[in-house]
Design a protein around this ligand. Structure first.
Ligand code: ZN
Length: 326
């Protein structure tokens, strides 16, 4: 009964890629007893936090619960996919909040008031302690991560963390596909493509405005790539994911830059030419130099220059070879 565990220690420190692939394939394709989509939800939350770990490969329960709450809110409330597990604790907690607060169903998670997001994260964290962390830990024979309910810390196996970063794009596609497949079985929906599109977007924010406001407080109103001044009107300010969103699957201030609409549109899903990497690293040095932003953005807390460089190199390895120049 591994999901009842309160602490799980790492059972295997040294894993080969082959061993990780084998475990990964097994957890993706085996239907769990409760046929819940939790394991996919946790894997998605892990992917979203691959670059948020501290120097000991640790992320907090808070970070994972936030991602998990967002993923399920968008799936269950926003898209109305109850995933067939109407008795499931995650679904129930979110429906409770939506009803208590009288929130319209089409609202996405990132549009919720911060206090509601905190409420949802806290409640989901409790469910994850009972139903999620121990379950996937058991499914992986304790080889992927260690966890501790009391300290609320989740520690990646270093080998698994490197593996997930290295094959991130493939991970994302595999998890999304299997999650969609399971939801398809549990819901009355037209076709798996209908679902895949939704699952692919549940981690995505509908607006990057809050990040734009923060960046505008500290940096000149000009395009990160071409330097053009961003006036109102024709040169509207855009927020661009330096490393494409389709790869990082998350929105972190250290990966977001202000651009003009022309650069943002023409760059699209491409990686900028390497010269910009040192510029974004410099820019981030300035960001983390402001203690007040770091306090407000827990995502900056574990930012390291090396992570940005690795991320850039991993995106090339994952097939982002079409390099963009402004
Ligand atoms: Zn530009």
């Amino acid at each position: 009964m591994s999901h009842k565990l309160r602490v799980g220690e790492l059972q295997a420190l040294y894993l080969t890629e082959e061993q990780i692939w084998r475990t990964f394939t097994t957890i993706l394709t085996t239907r769990s007893k409760k046929s819940a989509t939790y394991k996919y939800g946790l894997l998605k939350a892990m992917i979203e936090n691959l670059y948020q770990v501290d120097e000991k490969e640790v992320v907090t329960y808070e970070q994972l619960a936030y991602s998990f709450a967002k993923i399920y809110w968008n799936l269950v409330i926003h898209h109305g996919l109850e995933q067939g597990t109407s008795g499931s604790a995650v679904v129930n907690r979110l429906i409770e909040i939506q009803r208590e607060e009288g929130i319209p169903k089409d609202i996405t998670f990132d549009k919720l008031d911060a206090t509601i997001q905190v409420k949802a994260t806290t409640r989901i964290k409790t469910v994850m302690k009972t139903n999620v962390f121990g379950a996937l830990y058991g499914d992986t024979q304790g080889s992927f991560y260690a966890f501790d309910h009391k300290e609320e810390r989740f520690q990646f196996n270093r080998a698994v963390l490197s593996f997930m970063r290295k094959y991130q794009l493939l991970m994302v596609d595999l998890v999304n596909y299997h999650m969609a497949k399971m939801i398809e079985k549990l819901n009355d929906v037209p076709h798996i493509n209908y679902l895949l599109e939704k699952v692919e977007s549940i981690a995505k924010r509908s607006t990057l405005k809050p990040f734009e406001r923060v960046l505008l407080q500290y940096f000149e109103k000009s395009c990160f790539y071409c330097g053009k001044h961003l006036n109102k009107g024709q040169a509207k300010t855009h927020v661009d994911h330096f490393i494409p969103w389709s790869f990082v699957q998350s929105d972190q201030l250290w990966n977001l830059v202000l651009t003009c609409s022309h650069c943002n549109t023409s760059k699209n899903d491409k990686l900028p030419v390497r010269d910009y990497l040192s510029l974004v690293v410099e820019r981030n040095e300035v960001l983390v130099g402001h203690q007040e932003i770091v306090t407000q953005n827990q995502h900056l807390m574990n930012y390291k220059e090396e992570k940005m460089i690795h991320l850039y190199d991993y995106s090339i390895q994952n097939g982002y070879e079409n390099i963009w120049l402004p």
